[in-house]
Design a protein around this ligand. Structure first.
Ligand code: NAD
Length: 361
């Protein structure tokens, strides 16, 4: 199936139109659109503008509250607890992260969970926000409010979701930030959605069908009876996913994936976030030296395949942003779904098509 190339600016404009039609004020629409398009630029189409149809569903079933600010529900020095009030995660998550960064300047470390956010999007965004402020962070996130997607290790049906983790350290002139940002499932659900939309197979070992048999067919997630995603790294990824439930879901005062909690057909992210100031631990110059030296050391390992050199986390996203700076490929089915979602919110398909096909300014 073919795809269309859309300039990032045009994609931002199209997303902004849809978000404003969904009730967001101009600032919120811009923040969410920027976040989504940055995910596409970073190579993570699973968390880019292809999420808009899901957001439209949440708007229409009343589980996503536009123009919602984050609430600080506990303020106790190095402990700050936030409630996202089911606002756009890209807004409430960013506000919670900004407040934790500010507090960290005086306390050196902040434990800052934020519960009840509608989809937070690409968790790396918050790691980057912290790294840009010269600080470091750890993020453990769970995903509830909808049908489970991931089977526990040794299990045969879905019990929880793709529970992402992000770890970030600030960069220096010598080395950009090292930032690991990944789902604990072998692939993100959105990647299975994109593969399904493109008619492609999912990677080996990433899916099981409804009987628990391994498959590469992503449609098992989109039909009844439903299959499941698997954890990365067998028991290790599964163990991390359990901690995303316990830290992100439980310690935030939100919800874990267990069935006593409601499933309203929405996307709820609860994020357990720790922000710390590396300067409180070691001199900045020592950190910058050691970080650059370690990265150089691992990258000096001779590549098994000359076309695929050793990288560190954060490198692929930086490379993708350069590669996609002028054109983001959007597969035809995802674009059709986005235009249909816009239409349901009152944005005429012709207006979106005109924006998408306009020559770059
Ligand atoms: P992925 O499998 O592409 O892994 C991405 C991570 O691995 C990045 O940190 C990247 O820099 C690093 N990486 C990739 N190749 C590398 C290499 N060769 N060497 C070293 N590091 C390398 O990503 P994913 O697991 O599919 O997750 C995609 C996105 O989905 C993430 O941004 C994540 O936050 C997001 N996500 C969000 C939710 C949510 O509920 N909000 C849920 C799941 C995933």
């Amino acid at each position: 199936m073919d795809s269309i190339d859309i300039h990032p600016r045009a994609l931002r404009e199209a997303a902004t139109m849809i978000l404003e039609a969904g009730g967001s004020g101009p600032d919120e629409a811009r923040i969410v659109a920027d976040h989504l398009v940055l995910a596409n630029l970073s190579g993570h189409d699973s968390h880019g503008i292809g999420m808009l149809p899901a957001y439209e569903r949440s708007l229409s079933n009343g589980t996503l509250n536009p123009n919602q600010d984050v609430a600080l529900v506990r303020d106790d020095g190095a402990v700050m607890m936030f409630d996202g009030g089911m606002g756009y995660g890209q807004v409430v998550g960013r506000q919670a992260t900004a407040a934790a960064i500010e507090r960290c300047r005086s306390t050196g470390v902040v434990v800052a969970p934020v519960r009840y956010c509608h989809h937070l999007g690409r968790i790396g965004t918050y790691g980057e926000q912290v790294a840009d402020a010269g600080l470091a962070s750890l993020h453990f996130v769970n995903v509830v409010g909808h049908q489970a997607l991931v089977a526990p290790y040794r299990g045969t049906d879905a019990r929880y979701s793709t529970n992402p983790i992000c770890l970030s350290l600030p960069g220096s002139n010598a080395q950009p930030p090292v930032l690991l940002d990944m789902a604990t499932s072998r692939i993100a659900h959105g990647k299975a959605r994109v593969a399904h939309n493109k008619g492609e197979e999912a990677p080996e070992g990433s899916l099981i069908d409804h009987r628990g048999r391994k498959t590469r067919d992503p449609s098992v997630l989109f039909r009844q009876p439903t299959g499941a995603l698997t954890s990365f790294g067998d028991h290790k990824g599964y163990g991390l996913a359990v901690f995303c439930e316990l830290l992100g879901g439980m310690m935030s005062g939100g919800r874990t994936a267990q069935p006593e909690h409601e499933m309203e057909g929405t996307i709820i992210n609860n994020m357990f976030m720790i922000v710390f100031d590396p300067d409180r631990l070691i001199p900045r110059s020592a950190m910058e030296h050691e970080l650059a030296a370690l990265v150089a050391h691992v990258k000096a390992s001779p590549a098994a395949d000359a076309d695929e050199p050793v990288l560190v986390p954060g490198d692929p996203e930086r490379a993708s942003r350069i590669e996609r700076a002028d054109a983001i490929p959007v597969d035809a089915e995802s674009w059709r779904q986005i235009v249909a979602a816009g239409d349901r919110l009152g944005v005429e398909a012709g207006r979106l098509e005109a924006v998408a096909s306009a020559p770059p300014r």
